[in-house]
Design a protein around this ligand. Structure first.
Ligand SMILES: C[S@@+](CC[C@H](N)C(=O)[O-])C[C@H]1O[C@@H](n2cnc3c(N)ncnc32)[C@H](O)[C@@H]1O
Length: 298
């Protein structure tokens, strides 16, 4: 009897240990899945993503208009981040429509949800999920899917498009935007150097920060019925460029230092040089990266 009881306790302990280790394994797998994403998430990402959106919003809205975003639509915002565009989408589809905002990062979703709630939108559902593992959620098929600066962080963008396509209704449209990062060449050594390290970091992680170059080809390969591509390159004032560069650097520098693409001395030197870019000349403007926009109909 005594032996049986001990055996039972041991089995129970082993079972519990197994459950705990499986839980830990699952957590570390979830963290690993997003390891190619080198930028900050949640509140730490909010200021940069909001500034980026302020600079690019007009451009994004124009393409959403071309795609006929309108009241009553079901829209998916894939890789929604801190909800910078989610809010606009919720406004446009109105009470009769709905936005499903998906991101792999709980932190991003938490920040996005806070924003959407504070604005009083009641037509947004947040979903934590990995694009690479999307199931066919035909319960809520989309009239329009919005996706900005997401494929650039994925090792297998082709696979992502294969997973995303079934979310779209027949006749529905994807509005997709990605950068061609290496086009930020400004003839200013510090910025060229900076962009060189960003590109090398992407290469190290097997992701392509110039994926805008491939956007049209990717959507055509994914078998969309009709694919339209637009390119543009916007000019911004030095104050905004400086903020973008410094905030971005603070988010990804440690990852670059870890793999010897950068040193702390170099970071300090860059910060000094970027700070020194003059802001009082109204004629001094800088180019953002060239952007590719794809509208693809199923
Ligand atoms: C640069 S942010 C862009 C956010 C937003 N689309 C915007 O333009 O402001 C990229 C977002 O994609 C998310 N992401 C990266 N890999 C993902 C994946 N496999 N599945 C879902 N979301 C992912 C990141 O967590 C991040 O929030």
């Amino acid at each position: 009897m005594g032996i049986d009881k001990n055996k039972k306790i041991t089995m129970k302990t082993i079972y519990l240990l197994l459950i705990v280790s499986l839980g830990l394994l699952n957590m570390s797998y979830a963290a690993k899945k997003n390891e190619k994403y080198v930028l900050a998430t949640g509140d730490k990402a909010r200021e940069r993503l909001e500034l980026q959106n302020n600079l690019l919003a007009k451009d994004a809205y124009e393409h959403l208009e071309k795609a006929k975003l309108s009241k009553g639509m079901i829209v998916w915002d894939i890789g929604c981040g801190v909800g910078a565009v989610t809010s606009y989408l919720a406004d446009k589809v109105g009470e009769t429509g709905h936005v499903y905002a998906l991101d792999i990062s709980q932190e991003q979703l938490k920040t996005a949800e806070k924003r959407i709630k504070s604005e009083g939108h009641k037509n947004v559902t947040f979903i934590k999920g990995d694009i690479n593992e999307l199931e066919n959620t035909s319960k809520n098929p989309a009239d329009l899917i919005y996706m900005r600066f997401v494929l650039m962080h994925l090792v297998h963008p082709e696979n992502a498009l294969e997973k995303i396509k079934p979310l779209l209704k027949q006749g529905g449209v994807i509005v997709s935007q990605e950068s061609i990062m290496s086009t930020i060449a400004q003839g200013k050594p510090v910025i060229d150097d900076y962009v060189g390290v960003v590109m090398a970091l992407g290469k190290h992680n097997n992701v392509n920060y110039d994926i805008g170059n491939r956007l049209e080809e990717l959507y055509k390969k994914a078998g969309f019925d009709r694919v339209k591509v637009y390119y543009n390159q916007q000019k911004i004032p030095p104050t905004d460029l400086k903020k973008m560069l410094l905030m971005g650097l603070s988010e990804w520098k440690n990852k670059a230092i870890e793999i010897n693409l950068l040193t702390t001395d170099k970071v300090a030197a860059w910060e000094k040089e970027i700070e020194a870019i003059p802001t009082n000349d109204p004629n001094l403007m800088f180019s953002l990266a060239k952007q590719a926009h794809v509208l693809a109909w199923k």
